[in-house]
Design a protein around this ligand. Structure first.
Ligand code: HEM
Length: 483
């Protein structure tokens, strides 16, 4: 599928690899690039032989980062049991995620995966898009945009989309509506606690050594103190909902619940710790991913008006179809979202730990315990994989004319070249749900409005990556009614 080749053409190219020194490793380069770590590691991937490089961190820790699809397939599929969450990932996120699906391996993971996969069957997905997404769209998002258009106010669209996604995922996970997109509702405590806990947990990854945050946690000071409080609030809240749900199901056993929590309780899993852990993982998974993708999507279509026109044409053509059929048939919009996430992946880099010594197909030696990352951001910007126009936003690269039916057909790329949703046995469980949600939002918004970014000095927005990516400083926009 992809032939690794040495990219070092000359001695001067080799100088592009991060410099490493005894004891501190590449810390000086890491520190000077701390505000653009995704872009810096992406450059390092591009400039490395076989697109795999070893990043030496202080105190003898090393991390292998790859953008080579053959290696990605090796990590995510062929040697699936060798590369696990384990180690530093589990340790760093344990306070927030506990033993939720994101943070476990082996039988514990398999069990949660099987149990929750029912939530993603066609019936549940149809309900999700027709009821959950649609009510949030029509009752909350579109009225906010209508008011902003009438008053010509500037909105932070990134913030609004995050709130939208948070309400959606809470309804799926808990059957509970936090109303985070409704500014008049004061009960945003749970959402704020969740936001703080995710931010502080992500910051732990950026510390020079985990010992630092562990000391802070032990002394219960600084951001670790807030993390403890935030996690306490989240768990207390989750427990409250759990008990209410248990009572509700006891009082009305015949009730048709579609949320994850009710499903677990109904199938006999009501252990408080187990159920709260898994629900917290789901909220994390669904919270910032679709909003990150949509934020960059609205920026990209503004920059590429011919793409926006084609999307508007497609959604108007489908406006008489039932909602579920409409979103399923939005082929050009689907391609545009894939193209957007190629350039701006919501999870820009993802990490595993090697459980035994191994050798990658490109010859890289891996030692037991090493941290190993694959880099969707770097891979989306590789000429070898996407051609000379890789930097252009061109949804057509995902489409092919179906000669018999005389219409465009979506042609997916193999998931090891495009691991935006991960790949292999642990591929994102919410992928289909995410596309349905994003396409419904795009149709709802663009049918009625034009989103116009407020760009003061003509500069491009900056991509920042943590656990999930963000647009630095938010996404200020004005909303115009489409004539
Ligand atoms: C554009 C949107 C999304 C993207 C790009 C995305 C991407 C990913 C990625 C890269 C992973 C692997 C993370 C890891 O193991 O470290 C993942 C896992 C997962 N995602 Fe998504 N995700 C999206 C939306 C969603 C949504 C909306 C949900 C839930 C409703 C969801 C549920 C999950 C779950 C449960 C896992 C864990 C799967 C497992 O470990 O077996 N995702 N996703």
């Amino acid at each position: 599928i992809f032939k690794p080749k040495s990219k070092f053409k000359s001695k001067s190219d080799e100088k592009l690899a991060p410099k490493s020194y005894p004891f501190i490793g590449s810390y000086l380069s890491i520190y000077s690039n701390r505000h653009r770590l995704i872009q810096w590691t992406s450059d390092a991937v591009h400039n490395s032989p076989n697109f795999t490089f070893l990043l030496r961190r202080p105190f003898g820790q090393s991390r292998i980062i790859t953008g080579n699809p053959t290696v990605v397939q090796h990590i995510l599929k062929t040697q699936f049991s060798t590369y696990q969450k384990g180690g530093i990932f589990r340790d760093t996120l344990f306070d927030l995620l506990g033993d939720g699906i994101f943070n476990v391996d082996g039988d514990a993971w398999k069990f949660q995966r099987q149990l929750s996969s029912h939530e993603f069957n066609t019936k549940s997905l149809r309900h999700f898009v027709e009821h959950v997404v649609d009510s949030e769209l029509n009752e909350r998002l579109l009225p906010i945009l209508t008011t902003a258009a009438a008053n010509e106010t500037v909105l932070d669209l990134q913030d609004i989309l995050q709130r939208f996604a948070f309400d959606n995922i809470c309804k799926i996970a808990f059957g509970y509506d936090p109303g985070y997109l409704t500014p008049s509702l004061p009960d945003a405590k749970f959402a704020v606690a969740f936001e703080d806990a995710v931010r502080i947990s992500s910051e732990r990854f950026r510390m020079i050594t985990p010992v630092l945050w562990k000391i802070q946690r032990f002394l219960n000071i600084g951001s670790e103190k807030r993390l403890k409080e935030a996690v306490f609030e989240i768990r207390e809240f989750a427990m409250k909902i759990l008990n209410e749900k248990k009572q509700e199901l006891k009082d009305k056993p015949s009730i048709q619940s579609v949320d994850l929590l009710s499903r677990f309780i109904s199938s006999g899993h009501s252990d408080e710790k187990f159920v709260t852990d898994i629900v917290i993982s789901f909220i994390l998974a669904g919270r910032d991913t679709t909003s990150a993708a949509l934020t960059w999507f609205f920026w990209l279509i503004f920059k590429n008006p011919e793409v926006e026109s084609e999307i508007v044409r497609e959604i108007n053509e489908k406006s008489d179809s039932p909602i579920y059929d409409e979103v399923k048939e939005m082929v050009y919009t689907h391609a545009s979202l894939c193209e957007c996430m190629r350039l701006y992946p919501p999870v820009p880099i993802d990490t595993k730990a090697a459980t035994v010594d191994d050798v990658f197909p490109d010859g890289t030696d891996v030692k037991k315990g090493m941290v190993v990352s694959y880099h969707p951001y770097a891979m989306g910007r590789m000429e070898t994989l996407w051609g000379g126009d890789y930097i252009e936003f061109r949804p057509e690269r995902w489409l092919k004319k179906d000669e018999r039916e005389e219409k465009m057909r979506f042609v997916p790329r193999d998931p090891y070249t495009y691991p935006v949703f991960q790949a292999g046995p642990r591929i994102c469980l919410g992928k289909d749900m995410a596309f349905l949600q994003m396409k419904r939002v795009v149709a709802g918004v663009l049918r009625q409005f034009k989103v116009v970014p407020v760009v003061n000095d003509g500069s491009e927005p900056v991509f920042v990556g943590a656990l999930t990516s963000k647009m630095k400083g938010g996404f200020p926009v004005k909303i115009k009614e489409r004539k």
